[in-house]
Structure formats: structure tokens, C-alpha cells
Write a protein that binds this ligand. Structure first.
Ligand SMILES: Nc1ncnc2c1ncn2[C@@H]1O[C@H](COP(=O)(O)OP(=O)(O)OP(=O)(O)O)[C@@H](O)[C@H]1O
Ligand SMILES: [Mg+2]
Length: 340
């Protein structure tokens, strides 16, 4: 067993992974080899008991990171530690204290029942024999599958299979749990239950550390304290989501419904110091006999609101409605997905 050399639950240092992919050119029959830099020297850490979100577009490197941290894939450079154990040199130990749940319907035996699946995985993890039955029952109860425990998995719905996957991911009572798109393709209410379960039971009650990847920004918004954005194998931002939002240029937008807007007023608005961008869009609707325009104005902070309203009033525009929108994780995603 190794010496603890990390105060973090997960520590990633300059981690890289190249894939070599060989393709045959059908016209000339020649093979070409290309190197894909799936991860390019990424570094981040996750605190004990934290729910960390790893976000980024398709092919950004999220699954590659998760696979390396679970010891399913070796890095080509750099280091990673889980609870202080090196994922390469101490892989055997890491394997005992982690587990992974991916979205989709893999990693289950369809001809076996839910209970048989979990018992099989418990054996693989050397769960003490006398504990297996009670642990399996407890997990099935936790995800509401007790009544269907003795049906074959092939008879389960997609959501039931996914709930069983979560049980499988918890069977070895992992200290760090990796969730790679755990609610992929689930209906709104099951996905909500699973999110609640992860937050309340796994993180709050049991104090486990979770790394979550997801394409649903509201999911990351609701669940994660800190997030990292990967793009093209590079970690382009990492931090508390509220902090990242505050730092985002053009983060706030003011939506105004106004009447009596002239081109001159619009041009003047664009030249205000606090305004970064202003566009008008068509608005279906009129007030009394006046035409309404919808204005979307990008500003650096919410302090711009009174300035913009004063300006509109000086120009004799009538403001019918005001809506201020702060930056969301989706805005951050769009911003960072465009980087590198
Ligand atoms: N086995 C492989 N062989 C070659 N290239 C691979 C392999 N697995 C992944 N890649 C490439 O590595 C890069 C990162 O892939 P990865 O699966 O980690 O992305 P991801 O962020 O999980 O994407 P998604 O959101 O689509 O799941 C992509 O360019 C992908 O094509
Ligand atoms: Mg992936």
C-alpha cells in the first residue's frame, strides 16, 4: 500500500493521453496513422466530499479522464492520484476504492435478475459473504427496485436499468464515485430522483466524493459546487461556478420591451460605456397603438441596469418590461466551447 501524498480526494497533474488511430485510405489502400491528443497536460483537484462537474463538448476528453481515474485506461503522460494513491502504480488499490457509472445500458447481465447482477458484482469486489445479501437489499431499496429485484434485467425499463447501474456503482461502497452522464436518456422524473439521490444520500449523508460528467447544464447547475471545462483535451477553466460566471465577459443581458425606439436611440445605446452589444428583435405585440421592440443588451454587470433605463427615459422611450438575466452554466459552456 502506498504512502498518502495528496490532501485531495482526486488530484490530476499534467495528465495527458494520446490515442493512435490508424485509418486505411480506400482509394490508395494505404494506412495512415494519426495521433489524437485526447488529453493535453490537464491539472485539477477535487476536495473530499465534493461533487465536481467535468463539462465540455463531445470529444473534449471527459470519458478519457474518467477512465484513467478509474484505472481502466493508462495515461501517456502526467500523474493522477485518487485518495493519494497513484492510478497507475497503485491501480489495484485504487480499483477497490472507486467505482464508475456510465449512462446507457452497458455493464449489466440481461439474463440475470437485478439481485443476481448485484450479487455477482459484490463477489467480484470481495464483499464479505455474510454482508452481500443485506447490502444488495439495501441498495435495491434505496433506488426503489426491491419489488422488481427478482425479474430478469431484460424486462426492466431503461430507467430501471440505470437505477440498477447506480446500485452496481455503489456495491463496493466506493470512496470516490465517477458518474459519466448518469442520467443520459432518462425521463425527467427519474433523472430528478437520481440527482437527488446522488446529492442527498451519496454526497451529503455518506460524505463521498463524486466526479460527474453531463451534457445537461441545468444538471451541473443544480448539483455541482465546482466545475471544470474541457475543450479539445485542454482544461480551459476550473473553479466555483458562481466565480466563473462573475468573471465571464458579456455575462449579463438586459431584455427590454420598449416603444418609440428610433435608430438614433439604438445607436446611442450601443455607445454607452456599460453596453457591450445591443440588438433588436421582432416582437409580436403592441401596446395600445404603439409598436413594441424587443431589445437585448449585453452588459458587463447588473450595475448597468439603471444607466440603461435612465438613457431610455432621456430619449423618451417607454419601457414596458425589463428582464435581467445573469450568466448561466450554459452561457459558460458556449463561451468555453469556443476556446482553443
Ligand atoms: N479508443 C479510441 N481510439 C481513438 N481515439 C479515441 C478513442 N477513444 C476516444 N478517442 C478520441 O479522444 C477524444 C476524447 O474522447 P472522449 O470520449 O474522452 O470525449 P468525451 O468528452 O467523453 O466526449 P462525449 O461528450 O462525446 O462523451 C475524441 O477525439 C475521441 O475521438
Ligand atoms: Mg464521454
Amino acid at each position: 500500500m502506498g504512502v498518502r501524498r495528496s490532501e485531495f480526494a482526486v488530484e490530476v497533474r499534467e495528465l495527458s493521453r494520446d490515442y493512435i488511430s490508424t485509418r486505411r485510405n480506400h482509394l490508395i489502400g494505404k494506412k495512415t496513422t494519426t495521433i489524437v491528443k485526447a488529453l493535453d497536460h490537464i491539472s485539477f483537484e477535487i476536495q473530499e466530499g465534493e461533487l465536481f462537474g467535468l463539462l465540455g463538448p463531445n470529444g473534449a476528453g471527459k470519458t478519457t479522464t474518467v477512465k484513467i481515474l478509474c484505472t481502466l485506461l493508462e495515461p501517456t503522460g502526467g500523474h493522477a492520484f485518487v485518495k493519494g494513491y497513484d492510478v497507475v502504480k497503485e491501480a489495484k488499490h485504487v480499483r477497490k476504492i472507486v467505482n464508475m457509472v456510465a449512462g446507457g445500458e452497458r455493464m449489466l447481465y440481461y439474463r440475470l435478475t437485478g439481485r443476481e447482477n448485484l450479487t455477482y458484482f459484490a463477489d467480484l469486489y470481495d464483499v464479505p459473504r455474510k454482508e452481500v445479501a443485506s447490502r444488495v437489499n439495501r441498495l435495491l431499496e434505496l433506488v426503489g427496485l426491491s419489488e422488481r429485484a427478482d425479474d430478469e434485467v431484460e424486462k426492466y425499463s431503461k430507467g430501471m436499468k440505470q437505477r440498477l447501474q447506480i446500485c452496481r456503482g455503489l456495491i463496493n461502497e466506493p470512496e470516490v464515485l465517477f458518474l459519466d452522464e448518469p442520467t443520459l436518456g432518462l425521463d425527467v422524473s427519474i433523472a430528478k430522483d437520481i440527482r437527488k439521490f446522488i446529492q442527498e444520500k451519496i454526497v451529503k449523508e455518506q460524505g463521498k466524493t463524486v466526479l460527474l460528467t453531463t451534457h445537461y447544464m441545468y444538471e451541473a447547475e443544480e448539483m455541482c459546487d465546482r466545475v471544470g471545462f474541457l475543450n479539445n483535451g485542454e482544461l480551459v477553466a476550473v473553479g466555483h461556478s458562481e466565480e466563473l460566471k462573475r468573471k465571464m465577459p458579456l455575462g449579463f443581458s438586459i431584455e427590454l420591451l420598449v416603444t418609440r425606439l428610433s435608430n438614433e436611440t439604438l445607436e446611442g445605446l450601443k455607445h454607452l460605456e456599460c453596453v457591450k452589444k445591443a440588438i433588436t428583435t421582432d416582437y409580436e405585440g403592441e401596446t395600445e397603438d404603439e409598436k413594441i421592440d424587443r431589445l437585448v443588451i449585453n452588459v458587463e454587470s447588473d450595475k448597468a441596469v439603471p444607466k440603461v433605463l435612465d438613457y431610455m427615459s432621456n430619449k423618451h422611450c417607454r419601457v414596458v418590461a425589463v428582464n435581467l438575466r445573469g450568466p448561466t452554466l450554459e452561457d459558460l459552456f458556449m463561451f468555453y466551447a469556443g476556446e482553443t
